[in-house]
Design a protein around this ligand. Structure first.
Ligand SMILES: Nc1ncnc2c1ncn2[C@@H]1O[C@H](COP(=O)(O)OP(=O)(O)OP(=O)(O)O)[C@@H](O)[C@H]1O
Ligand SMILES: [Mg+2]
Length: 246
């Protein structure tokens, strides 16, 4: 469904991605793991057209999408939930969702989609008229996910959805991600919550400074010493691994 080959993305003169190749098959839940600054967010932004790669190709359902503008990429069915729940804080919950469905021209369908979205987090339906910026961090994260669901994406890009949430909400968010996946949405998930991410993923990539270091299934990655040491808090990297609470 999604295939990146040799993708290189720059910010000015600084190279953030050094030839990233990865693949997400239809129906899979794939996770990208990696330390702060490794380039995880940059991969998602490059896929959704927010930044343009200098080299390499990106194909979605057989169609080349690198260099296309982000609106067209949304229209093809790629939903992006950005880092730090970027919602419109001054708008209501309902208005945020309507913005998420900006490509849908028929009003009836738009409201139908909104009802559909609320089924994932009924708690937000009760807060329809609330100004989004006044909601709790967890509620804002739920809203950010629902907003991306408005287009009924074929592929959902999730950038650290559990960031800054309490353990109970982290559990709820992961349950929702699992449900979405089971309902047929293909997912590319960026996470620091390595244990949880790998436990629901079909396949994982480990990124270090803009390069894919390793990839494999949950079991394969768990068997890699580097993954256990650096990301799961074993061995000599114990102190660093505090960043990677699971
Ligand atoms: N707009 C920008 N301008 C310049 N450099 C940038 C910009 N955005 C990201 N970078 C740099 O690109 C590299 C990759 O950043 P990116 O945000 O993709 O990392 P990340 O893996 O998502 O990190 P984190 O886990 O902290 O979110 C970093 O070195 C970062 O400083
Ligand atoms: Mg990031």
């Amino acid at each position: 469904m999604l295939k990146l080959v040799g993708v290189e993305t720059f910010y000015g003169k600084i190279k953030a991605l050094h030839g990233v190749s990865l693949e997400v098959k239809e129906g899979q839940l794939v996770t990208i793991l990696g330390a702060n600054g490794a380039g995880k967010t940059t991969i998602l932004k490059t896929i959704s057209g927010l930044v343009e790669p200098e080299h390499g190709t990106i194909h979605f359902n057989g169609q080349r999408i690198d260099g296309e503008d982000s609106e067209k990429i949304v229209a093809l069915g790629i939903g992006h939930v950005p880092e730090w729940r970027r919602i419109f804080p001054e708008l209501t919950v309902e208005e945020n969702l309507l913005m998420g469905g900006f490509l849908i021209k028929e009003k009836e369908l738009l409201y139908e989609r909104m009802e559909e979205a609320f089924r994932h987090f009924p708690i937000l339906e009760k807060r329809k008229k609330q100004i989004a910026g006044t909601m709790s961090g967890g509620e804002q994260q739920m809203l950010a996910i629902l907003r991306a669901l408005m287009i009924r994406p074929k592929l959902l890009l999730l950038d650290e959805p559990s960031l800054g949430l309490s353990p109970i909400l982290v559990r709820d968010i992961f349950t929702t991600i699992k449900d979405l996946h089971q309902s047929g949405v293909t997912i590319l998930l960026v996470e620091q919550n390595v244990n949880r991410a790998l436990s629901i993923a079909d396949y994982g990539y480990v990124l270090t400074t803009g390069k894919i270091l390793l990839s494999g299934t949950y079991e394969e990655l768990l068997n890699e010493e580097k993954v256990r040491e650096q990301y799961l808090g074993e061995g000599k990297y114990m102190r660093r691994s505090k960043l990677w609470s699971g």
